[in-house]
Design a protein around this ligand. Structure first.
Ligand code: NAG
Ligand code: NAG
Length: 226
């Protein structure tokens, strides 16, 4: 009896068809051969063996299914990750990189500020020629604008952060008692792919900047929404 069970186990582990491999997915679902079923009727010991084989077969199927399910989940996670990597978006720019302080404005009408010094432009959403950031992917974005002007040039800084020409927030400081004015806005907003973001210098206002980068415009994708 012991010998039969041992043989049985050996058969199960190293079956002639080599159906059972612990090294990787199995090619065939083990089927009970008709010969074995007949043996089962006549030989009680072999019958136990058949049951054991069936059990092992079931386990195998179960493992196989689990592994396949994990593989699928891994694949879709990888796709999501690649998608997220592909849609990374962050820009941060300053007015100029001049060693001496220069004035920007005033102009006779509201005009988009063209920030020329680029700290980062991940995803190429910011256009240095137009001063416009085009949203690459819908989602929640963090945006911030800081402006500065010095009485050495003119003292009145006033800008408005716009999405598709509509005001989101303004940063204004006009003619204080001091010689310098600076102000900031920071917002988180839901934007759609293709939206155009810009900072407009209001009519009659001006900014001052140099290599210290007092005037910055920054935005980055916090969460994608699709
Ligand atoms: C295990 O999965 C593979 C596909 O990945 C399939 O071809 C094979 O028949 C399966 N084996 C069992 C025992 O379910
Ligand atoms: C900004 O100016 C500094 C000093 O002249 C220089 O080292 C640096 O490369 C400049 N940056 C860019 C982006 O031109």
């Amino acid at each position: 009896m012991r010998a039969i069970v041992l043989l049985c186990l050996l058969h199960a582990a190293f079956g002639q068809d080599n159906k059972f491999s612990w090294l990787g997915p199995l090619e065939n679902v083990p089927q009970q051969a008709p010969v074995q079923s007949q043996v089962c009727v006549t030989d009680q010991a072999s019958c136990g063996c058949c049951l054991m084989q069936k059990q092992i077969g079931r386990l195998e199927k179960f493992f196989n299914m689990s592994i396949n399910k994990l593989k699928d989940e891994l694949m879709s996670s990888k796709m999501i990750l690649n998608n997220m990597r592909g849609s990374r978006s962050a820009f941060s720019v300053a007015l100029n990189n001049n060693s001496a302080m220069v004035s920007y404005g005033p102009f006779s009408s509201d005009s988009i500020i063209k920030y020329k010094h680029v700290f980062i432009n991940l995803g190429d959403g910011y256009n240095v020629e137009t001063g416009i950031f085009t949203v690459p992917r819908s989602g929640v974005y963090s945006l911030s604008v800081t402006v500065y002007s010095s009485a050495r040039v003119t003292l009145s800084n006033c800008v408005t952060l716009q999405v598709n020409g509509e005001n989101v927030a303004e940063a204004i400081e006009r003619s204080g008692q001091d010689l310098e004015d600076s102000t900031s806005v920071v917002v988180a907003v839901q934007l759609n792919a293709g939206d155009q973001l810009s900072v407009r210098l209001l009519q009659g206002c001006s900014l001052s900047d140099d290599i210290n980068h007092y005037n910055t415009f920054t935005g980055f994708l916090l969460y994608a929404s699709d």
